[in-house]
Design a protein around this ligand. Sequence first.
Ligand code: H2B
Length: 100
Amino acid sequence: MPRQKLSSEEIQQALADLPGWVVKEGKLYKQYKFKSFAQALGWLVTVGVQADKMDHHPEWCNVYNRVEVFLVTHDLDNSISGWDVELAQHMEKTAVPLLQ
Ligand code: H2B
């Protein structure tokens, strides 16, 4: 995926390999349900470190074992870009073993 604003077609293509992810409010969105609060918290730290390395930060909210994530690129007029897809792919890879 290019690290630039994606077309609707490119977004749909990316979503095909990202189970549970949808476009909501113009952002990539998913709600995760982890086995416990501790698993959710561990995942937030893992992903947070990676996001900071990428200098691409998620909008997210955690309540107990649930985490809601919105991904969008503020520097590209709040569009969905290759960075968002890359971060979503990292989230998927790291979340799967920890989910309920
Ligand atoms: N995160 C997200 N989600 N989108 C951005 O455009 C973005 C970011 N830009 N993190 C980065 C920081 C930028 O503001 C700094 C200056 O590199």
